[in-house]
Design a protein around this ligand. Structure first.
Ligand SMILES: *Cc1c(COP(=O)(O)O)cnc(C)c1O
Length: 416
């Protein structure tokens, strides 16, 4: 039976909910992408994306691809076949990036890490120190491993690289962290930052987004990997006057303009605070309400954009997800590869608030009860409610004049 009334509750960690404003902004007639007006749009989104990456020195590129295309652009533009790269593997996405690097002909030194943990800072520093000839040309790191709900400390990784005195490029997958978890390209001296449109940027899939440091642009001059569609040299030449070397995805660019406006209206820092606050409520539902555990091994790894919920032995995550979808019109994320069937994931990134997440929490709980998982009815919602009702999402924000006025008058009725 397919439900035809009510909204589908989309809580996979990408694609995320597209705000109505963004959907409307994308409903445009096609236009000439070589017109004299087009650069207004392209220049404005390219410049404003730099604010989201927190880079002044870097250059941003947009490809009509998904995030995976931006991975390929990052690697082929800066490395030569046979180049050594260092990468850690702790989930499906960090694994897939390594797989791509191998298929592109690089020599990958893989650090296997238990799923549920993140980039191993000490082991990375050791491996870099051991590489006294500086044969490692790049370090690949997945900022937010979407398969396990694990966030890594990229600022810490930069410190580890500095401590080892190693000049490798720092390449970071920010697909499920950009515009939802704090990301500081210049401060952390990230050389290649990869992202996509369908997660924190609240758009459909279809844009691969890449931010490149001056050091990485320099590396491009000697990088011998074959590249054509993803060659940044063609992009740089065309982007200089606001054009693209091929047909850009026009409605997506209009959508991106609108989503950037929404992000700046809320304030980028408040976007991060909201994601943390919403994530804390979900984590309260999982651990305090349902008494289940997260795949992320301890709080330092907790992701503010996705929670992977471990099921007790004997329960099948695929079954929970299927019941949630067919019976309650709720889409949850599946366990991928090694953790298939062992968990389900709740995406909590993008255009969300408390009550939308209450739908996901209640629906996941109902589906778990339906398939016989031993959780207490109503416990997830109660724990999330307790968390959200007792916390201020924007603790550091100064109260506005109106709020100060109402606070000052809140004990008695306001008299005119
Ligand atoms: C979604 C995701 C990707 C893949 O992006 P596509 O847009 O599907 O190509 C890569 N890395 C991470 C961490 C992701 O969450």
């Amino acid at each position: 039976m397919t439900r035809i009334t009510g909204r589908n509750f989309l809580f996979v960690p990408g694609p995320t909910n597209v705000p109505d404003r963004v959907q409307r902004a994308m409903m445009v007639a096609m236009e000439d992408h070589r017109s004299s007006k087009f650069p207004d749009l392209s220049m404005s989104v390219l410049n404003d994306l730099k604010k989201v990456f927190k880079t002044e020195d870097g250059q941003v590129f947009i490809f009509p691809s998904s995030g995976t295309g931006a991975w390929e652009a990052a690697l082929t533009n800066t490395l030569s076949p046979g180049d050594k790269v260092l990468a850690s593997s702790f989930g499906q996405f960090s694994h897939l990036w390594i797989d791509m690097a191998l298929r592109l002909g690089f020599d990958v030194e893989v650090q296997e890490v238990e799923w549920g943990e993140g980039v191993p800072l000490e082991r990375t520093e050791e491996a870099l120190r051991a590489d006294s000839k500086h044969e490692i040309k790049a370090v690949l790191a997945c900022h937010n491993e979407t398969a396990t709900g694990v966030s890594s400390d990229i600022g810490g990784l930069r410190k580890a690289m500095d401590a080892a005195g190693h000049p490798a490029l720092l390449c970071v997958d920010a697909v499920s962290s950009l515009a939802s978890i704090d990301f500081r390209m210049d401060e952390w001296r990230i050389d290649l930052a990869v992202s996509g449109s369908q997660k924190g940027l609240m758009l459909p899939a279809g844009l691969g987004i890449l931010a490149v440091s001056p050091k990485a642009l320099e590396a491009m001059k000697t990088a011998e990997s074959k590249r054509c569609y993803f060659d940044l040299a063609d992009m740089i030449a065309a982007n200089a006057s606001g054009y693209f070397p091929f047909t850009p995805a026009l409605p997506m660019l209009y959508g991106l303009r609108e989503s950037l406006d929404i992000i700046f209206e809320e304030g980028l820092e408040d976007v991060f605070l909201r994601h943390n606050y919403l994530a804390e409520g979900v984590r309260a539902a999982v651990t305090e309400g349902w008494k289940l555990s997260l795949c992320a091994k301890n709080p330092e790894w907790y992701s503010d954009t996705v929670s992977a919920v471990m099921l007790p032995d004997g329960a099948n995550g695929a079954h929970v997800i299927d019941v949630a979808f067919r019976r309650y019109n709720l889409a949850l994320g599946a366990g991928l590869s090694k953790v298939a069937g062992k968990l389900f994931r709740i995406g909590h990134l993008g255009d969300l608030n408390e009550l939308m997440l209450m739908g996901a929490i209640c629906g996941a709980e109902m589906a778990m009860l339906d398939v016989g998982v031993d959780v207490k009815s109503g416990s997830g919602a109660a724990a999330a409610s307790n968390y959200w009702r007792s916390h201020d999402p924007f603790p550091k924000r100064k109260a506005s004049k109106e709020e100060q006025f109402y606070e000052a008058h809140s004990t008695g009725s306001v008299q005119g």
